[in-house]
Design a binder for this molecule. Sequence first.
Ligand SMILES: Nc1ncnc2c1ncn2[C@@H]1O[C@H](COP(=O)(O)OP(=O)(O)OP(=O)(O)O)[C@@H](O)[C@H]1O
Ligand SMILES: [Mg+2]
Length: 308
Amino acid sequence: MASPFEAPDAQAQQPGIPWAALSHIFMFGNGKGGVGKSSVSANAAGKAARSGLRTLIIDCNAQGNIARELGYKRAEWNDGGAGLLESLRTGAPLTPRENVRENLDVVMGGPALGDEFGIFFHTLLAKEGPHAYLRLLMCLLPIAHRYQIIILDTPPENPSLQRLALSAARWLVIPVKSDGGAEDGLAQIGLEFSYVKFVSQINPHIALLGVLLFDTGRTYTGIHADVRRQVQKVLGEEAHMFKHLIGHTESVARLVRKRGLLVQELADRRANGDRSIPETAEGLAADYEGFTEEMFARALELRKEAAA
Ligand SMILES: Nc1ncnc2c1ncn2[C@@H]1O[C@H](COP(=O)(O)OP(=O)(O)OP(=O)(O)O)[C@@H](O)[C@H]1O
Ligand SMILES: [Mg+2]
């Protein structure tokens, strides 16, 4: 399939880093844990790959939860983030594990991105200053053209890894839950976003694509409106809420990590007669499909607006 992001990004013309060719990089981030960053990263990447787009997912988490979503936690080739750390250390191109699914490659996360990363990055930062935050992008650049969609899953409580991702991404997507306490996480990622875009101007091209409601009752419109108000209070009136949301479906979410299958893959099995999978898998797969399409459409729309 042709990449929807093929044409150069008019807003991002700038010498040095070829930003104009990097508008296919999406980051999921929030300063709060457990709001769906990994679930949405994996399922959106899966949907892109399934629709024929060459897709890369980069797991920037010491927890390495993408391994659970995609079922490679115990695979002998799961390097626990060692490859990513090595690239960051040396500046060498990232070396993704290819075809974890058809059209879907993965740069693995895991424990190597914990203390070991912390010590290394502290030294790099002391040496290079804020420029150090471009290190992930530098390692991604030589391979970015191979992909039509790149998705970064990021941790909640590691500002260094968050900034590395924010400095590489064109689009920030913030998943939120409606369970209260969303403000702190939003404020944190909002501040980090401002740091890379406006304060240090390390990545002037990043844009907030939108906020996604995750794990919510599909019909709880009053609660949704309340979350929207909360989001706009913290991030500003212009903060966009995606129309699609990811509904609360705990039984399917548990099965995803137990079986290491994406929601759509569970839904397919259900459709093929596997009654051990709840029928709610289909609804959740539809949520992910709708959201992913909306996310790409909005990114293209914003690019068009910026060019005009
Ligand atoms: N549709 C759903 N309904 C209910 N729970 C879900 C749903 N999808 C995923 N979950 C569960 O919600 C929890 C949080 O999801 P996830 O790990 O994606 O969040 P996260 O923001 O990446 O967390 P962390 O900050 O720890 O990395 C997980 O236990 C996951 O299995
Ligand atoms: Mg996660």
